[in-house]
Design a protein around this ligand. Structure first.
Ligand SMILES: NC(=O)c1ccc[n+]([C@@H]2O[C@H](COP(=O)([O-])OP(=O)(O)OC[C@H]3O[C@@H](n4cnc5c(N)ncnc54)[C@H](OP(=O)(O)O)[C@@H]3O)[C@@H](O)[C@H]2O)c1
Length: 337
């Protein structure tokens, strides 16, 4: 049994993590922490969770002895807790953005804080199993990818060498849970219901992570124009990715073959023939995708769907834990959450 704790367990990602870990045959939950719900029962805060447990205030003592700790704090709040935990001997999966960027000075530009731990930034492994499985297995800190970058990277990794110098257009639509549990004017029911709009039209923070990982995979810089949109649904992200192939068109079937070959051994990426919909993946850890060649326009279009809270966050975090502890990669991840 692996002893696991969740720091910031009362957010949306923390609640889904609690559910997955509670049903995981190899995990015992030690501590669930909160700021606002200390002393309250899990089933009182989240009546749909049939999980025993009471939220405690975070302290190193409260989680000490956990073999793995999942940190589900907002960006800027996580890095010091992650550092403290690693130094106390815990392995950490950080769901925030605080260790995803490789260049410490990028945190100032994209997230507005000076990162105090350049040493740990360089040590952290970007937790996309389909790309970094071997590194994740040995990591002390796994920087769990952002939700938009997960869908985007899974859609482009098989073809990074084929993208021409015009780069990539990433057009994504997300459910409202992507913004976390605290409502804002933008995410209020009355703003979102029966409505649809773009936001952070240029320069969304996830662009930095997408550009970093696409460049590392391609071995060269590729420009990314990313536009997120807010869908009037709870969960799920659909991304449509556009690029021009540098060696010319080769037909939809040839692209599909490339994707099928690349992902044939992957437990959580499904290449399909149809344009996938959110309902096929929400509440699961699967990414489903397909590709089309648009001959008239000379572009290739890739369509990917994930659940932002599962493959885009907590499910992928558990997948990373499974890899870190030598468990079957799909342990605890085959049921709907
Ligand atoms: N939502 C998504 O789809 C998604 C996907 C991928 C990654 N992420 C990332 O995962 C992290 C958690 O996201 P979430 O959606 O679960 O957020 P959330 O619903 O807003 O929950 C945040 C959690 O952090 C705690 N918290 C809030 N402010 C804090 C502070 N100043 N200091 C310490 N704790 C604080 C909250 O505690 P109390 O409520 O107990 O006060 C809550 O447990 C974020 O960094 C987010 O960017 C989210």
């Amino acid at each position: 049994m692996i002893t696991a704790s969740i720091v910031g367990a009362t957010g949306y990602t923390g609640a889904v993590l609690t559910d997955i870990l509670d049903g995981h045959a190899h995990v015992q939950i030690k501590t669930l922490t909160s700021k606002s719900y200390v002393g309250r029962r899990v089933s009182e805060v989240f009546p749909h969770l049939r999980v025993q447990g009471i939220y405690r205030e975070y302290s190193l003592d409260a989680v000490q002895g956990s073999e793995v700790v999942f940190v589900c704090y907002p960006h800027g709040e996580a890095h010091s807790v992650v550092a403290e935990l690693v130094e106390a001997g815990c392995r950490v999966v950080d769901l925030s953005a605080d260790y995803r960027l490789k260049e410490p000075r990028d945190y100032e530009e994209w997230y507005g804080f000076r990162h105090p731990r350049a040493d740990l930034v360089s040590e952290a492994v970007f937790g996309l199993p389909e790309r970094y499985r071997a590194e994740i297995a040995k990591a002390r800190i796994v920087a769990n990818p952002g939700c938009y970058p997960t869908g985007m990277l899974l859609g482009l990794l098989p073809v990074v060498d084929e993208i021409d110098e015009s780069g990539v257009i990433v057009d994504s639509k997300s459910g409202v849970s992507g913004a976390g549990r605290t409502p804002t004017e933008k995410t209020h029911f009355c703003s979102v219901d029966e409505n649809f709009k773009a936001y952070s039209e240029v320069g969304h923070r996830h662009t930095a992570e997408m550009a970093q990982e696409l460049a590392l995979a391609a071995g060269r810089f590729l420009a990314i124009s990313f536009t997120p949109h807010l869908l009037p649904v709870d969960r799920g992200i659909l991304s449509t990715l556009y690029f021009r192939p540098k060696a010319g068109l080769m037909g939809t079937e040839a692209w599909l073959e490339r994707y099928r070959a690349y992902y044939q051994a992957e437990p959580f990426v499904e290449v399909c023939d149809h344009a996938p919909s959110l309902s096929e993946v929400v509440h699961t850890n699967y990414c489903r995708l397909t590709v089309r060649e648009d001959k008239a326009a000379g572009v290739v279009k890739v369509f990917t769907v994930i659940d932002n809270l599962v493959k885009g966050a907590s499910g992928q975090a558990v997948e990373n834990m499974n890899i870190m502890f030598g468990l079957p990669e799909d342990a605890g991840l085959r049921r709907r959450v």
